[in-house]
Design a protein around this ligand. Structure first.
Ligand code: NAD
Length: 489
């Protein structure tokens, strides 16, 4: 049963409860408990153990929330989380070391360093589509950086939300790591409080609400938002591999309910029929002739989202445009992989993030026109290009602005912990993954050390012409000028 069809729990987490939660966490943080390397490591190890011990429970929760296929649940939620945690545990000591930096003539003699400092108490608000990974991956960064943290999972994935609350309560230090379950009232109560950082994953409309709430307290935010991720397909490609990778990056990712899944394809008029044929053949190989019965496709998360996605198909402007699929089963919240060709620019499907199993194909005369199409819209979280043409790849990287780019595949860039993951413009603020997660929850404190030697009298009054000459020479690195000024010539 979809989460929105269930009777909502009575709200019990109000402003008063939020204030006392923040007070407790601030007490823990101010006592310095979360700052030591040992505490951070013990918490990260507990998170890893929790994930390993409860693999089956996590898979069951994801099946209940989304009928997520076991393989997808394992690879894209459990394995990704484990690898993020292991990578952080391996690197953490190095990340925590202050970085020595150069000094300038103005402070000679001196030494300087950048000291990473935890921000304090942080709020992580996460989304329903990868409800395990997207909840805990930011928590890894927050803990690694030495913060106390409150996680608010998505109420749209209630089984995972309650599993997270239970398991974090059992495995983590409850004086510093908390889970608050709930929907808008609970999140609003949390947002009224003063945090030292808010990390939000979800849609842009709520992103604005989070940003406005944070502004009241001058709290920094990371907003991991979405958008329409385009896939440009050239004719100079390996067609079968391209089709398979597009399918994996669309329907193989939560049946299109992923922020970086392929939103639409842009290709040339001539090439579109060949691409469509290849997609159809591979789709049938993967999901059979009755995809609604396939165990390898997630369902749509809720009846509200089912209505949202079907509305895109029911738009008069796309009538007759379906070239593959289109079947739906409201009782099981299933929609088949569906391809549409040449949808008009002003159709709903081309003006909203699809976030579901529909894949429109837009055709152009010249592939380089696609760069202008992409750049004239809201900046996407990811943009993809399939080609063997070196010049086209270079032009794509130089000209297309998006959170991230990937050439000859879909979505896999997020598995590289050395790359930042985040949006630009409408697709988000800030980034995380690997070292970038640690940095996101860290203040880089500038520290300069001086001794009592080298106390140049030129900086003190009375301000004479001789002192001015000396300072000018010093600041421009003019050795002769320095000697002249010192000798009074
Ligand atoms: P959602 O409905 O789960 O909402 C996200 C969070 O916002 C939830 O915890 C929810 O309780 C909270 N929320 C909802 N309304 C609120 C309100 N009025 N005030 C305060 N909090 C509120 O998830 P969603 O927004 O449907 O997620 C889908 C969107 O998220 C898509 O746009 C997708 O692209 C984006 N997304 C981005 C990423 C990323 O990493 N960049 C990942 C997943 C999803």
């Amino acid at each position: 049963m979809a989460s929105e069809d269930k009777k909502p729990k009575a709200a019990c987490f109000d402003g008063e409860a939020a204030r006392s939660l923040v007070k407790e966490l601030r007490g823990t943080f101010d006592a310095g408990k979360t700052k030591s390397y040992e505490w951070r490591v013990s918490q990260l190890k507990s998170l890893l153990k929790l994930t390993k011990d409860h693999e089956d429970d996590i898979i069951d929760a994801l099946r209940s929330d989304l009928s997520k296929p076991v393989l997808e649940a394992f690879v894209s939620e459990i394995a990704m989380l484990k690898s993020s945690c292991e990578f952080t545990l391996k690197q953490l000591k190095r990340w925590m070391v202050p970085e020595k930096v150069k000094t300038s003539i103005t402070t000679f003699p001196s030494s300087a360093e950048i000291v990473p400092e935890p921000l304090g108490i942080v709020l992580v608000i996460s989304a329903w589509n990868y409800p395990f990974l997207l909840s805990l991956d930011p928590v890894i960064g927050a803990i690694a950086a030495g913060n106390a943290v409150v996680l608010k999972p998505s109420e749209i994935a209630p089984a995972t939300s309650s599993l997270l609350a239970k398991l974090l309560g059992e495995y983590m230090d409850s004086s510093a790591v908390k889970v608050i379950e709930g929907a808008v009232p609970e999140t609003s109560a949390l947002l009224e409080q003063k945090w030292d950082k808010i990390f939000y994953t979800g849609n842009g409309k709520v992103g604005s609400i989070v940003l406005a709430a944070a502004a009241k307290h001058l709290t920094p935010v990371s907003l991991e938002l979405g958008g329409k991720c385009p896939v440009i397909v050239d004719s100079n490609i390996n067609l079968i591999t391209t089709a398979r990778r597009i399918i994996a990056g669309k329907w193989g990712m939560n049946n299109g309910q992923a922020c970086i899944s392929a939103d639409h394809i842009i290709t040339t008029k001539d090439f579109a029929p060949k691409l469509i044929d290849a997609l159809k053949v591979e789709l049938v190989k993967f999901y059979g002739n009755d995809p609604l019965a396939s165990e390898d496709l997630s369902r749509i998360v809720s009846s509200n989202h089912f209505a949202r996605v079907t509305k895109l198909l029911d738009d008069d402007k796309v009538s007759g445009k379906i070239v593959h699929g289109g079947q739906k089963d409201q009782s099981n919240l299933k929609i088949a992989p569906t391809i549409l060709l040449d949808v008009p620019e002003d159709s709903l499907i081309m003006n909203e993030e699809i976030f579901g199993p529909l894949l429109p194909i837009v055709t152009v005369d010249n592939l380089e026109d696609s760069f202008n199409i992409i750049n004239s819209g809201e900046k996407p979280l990811a943009a993809y290009l399939f080609t063997n043409n070196k010049k086209l790849k270079e032009a794509f990287v130089r000209n297309v602005s998006a959170g991230g780019l990937l050439i000859n595949d879909v979505a896999l860039h997020i598995t590289n912990p050395y790359l930042p993951f985040g949006g630009v413009g409408e697709s988000g603020i800030g980034s995380y993954h690997g070292r970038f997660s640690f940095d996101t929850f860290t203040h880089k404190k500038a520290v300069l050390y001086r001794s009592f030697t080298g106390d140049a009298s030129a900086r003190y009054p009375p301000y004479t012409l001789g002192k001015l000459r000396l300072l000018k020479a010093l600041l421009s690195g003019n050795i002769l000028g320095i000697i002249r000024a010192l000798l009074g010539w």
